[in-house]
Design a binder for this molecule. Structure first.
Ligand code: C2E
Ligand code: CA
Ligand code: CA
Ligand code: CA
Length: 280
């Protein structure tokens, strides 16, 4: 019969080959792309809920391949993690964003923090990663307090390596630590409290439709309260409407980020944006 076992299996195998082929191809392009300057960063502001002024800028990686076109980080970051190229890529992101943050400081934005996404694979490098961060801060002359590292909540639950020790060494350097996608990882409170964390970034899945969804409102409210009780800063990501912003302000969330305030900006647009938001 047409859809016999053989046929189905052949089809399955072809599909698998295709994915493996693409993975290998993309993986190769990630490594060469780094030397060919195909990656760049955009920066998305996180504004103070009360004043509307930017507190932090989150660095978000972009890839424009000459023939494959634009490839989203959602597609190539997991692959880079799987292949190990995330370590070199992540190092480049750190260097580039710290250099940029130092230039904003030079331009008079004394307290503006740059926030950088860090993969668990980078943290698992342990001492070597801490050393990398230290060297980059020295080379760029960026005060450690102006660098925030974003790690996802699931990283805290990783059984591999000694993540906690690495985070403690990073805190000793004076950098800030944020928990990204907070609320999606089911980490316990007592657990959270044992890590040297400064900021909770409430996942955007809770922010969407905030004004119409009572359960999301309740969740956000308790996450903001939790942050306050643990003496942590709270940031909401994915804020898309004035209504969502209003609810978050009412709930006393401190930092707001999302398309409603600003899309991620190319580096060359940042100075004008900062000037506009911090007049005089
Ligand atoms: P993330 O860290 O949770 O970043 C938030 C994502 O939401 C970004 O997508 C951002 O562009 C998008 N976003 C911003 N405002 C809104 C909004 O109002 N509504 C909605 N629906 N989305 C919004 P992006 O840039 O595609 O990045 C996707 C993910 O890729 C990031 O999620 C992060 O996990 C990862 N990523 C990006 N850059 C880096 C990097 O340099 N290193 C590492 N390790 N991961 C990165
Ligand atoms: Ca992030
Ligand atoms: Ca996030
Ligand atoms: Ca995410």
């Amino acid at each position: 019969c047409e859809f016999g076992y053989e046929k189905a299996w052949q089809y399955y195998e072809t599909k698998m080959e295709e994915t493996r082929y693409w993975k290998r191809k993309l993986g190769y392009h990630i490594t060469t792309g780094l030397t060919k300057n195909e990656f760049y960063l955009e920066y998305q502001p996180i504004v103070d809920a009360a004043s509307g002024r930017p507190l932090l800028m989150e660095a978000l990686i972009r890839w424009e391949h000459p023939t494959l076109g634009t490839i989203s980080p959602g597609r190539f970051i997991p692959l880079a993690e799987e292949l190990g190229s995330i370590v070199a890529l992540g190092r480049w992101v750190l260097m580039e964003s710290c250099r940029m943050a130092a230039s904003w400081k030079e331009a008079g934005h004394q307290n503006l923090i740059v926030s950088v996404n860090v993969s668990v694979k980078q943290l698992l490098e342990g001492k070597a990663f801490v050393q990398t961060v230290k060297e980059i801060l020295e080379e760029t002359a960026l005060p450690p307090s102006l660098l925030e590292l974003e790690i996802t909540e699931t990283v805290l639950m990783s059984k591999e390596g000694d993540i906690k020790k690495t985070l403690e060494q990073l805190e000793k350097l004076g950098v800030r630590l944020a928990i990204d996608d907070f609320g999606t990882g089911y980490s316990s409170l007592t657990h959270l409290n044992t890590f040297p964390v400064h900021t909770l970034k409430i996942d955007k899945s809770f922010i969407h439709n905030l004004s119409h969804q009572e359960n999301n409102k309740a969740i956000v409210s308790s996450l903001v309260t939790l942050a306050g009780q643990l003496d942590l800063c709270s940031i909401a990501e994915g804020v898309e409407t004035a209504e969502e912003a209003a609810v978050l302000k009412e709930k006393q969330c401190q930092g707001l980020q999302g398309y409603y305030f600003s899309r991620p900006l190319p580096a060359f647009e940042v100075p004008a944006y900062l000037q506009r938001m911090n007049p005089g």
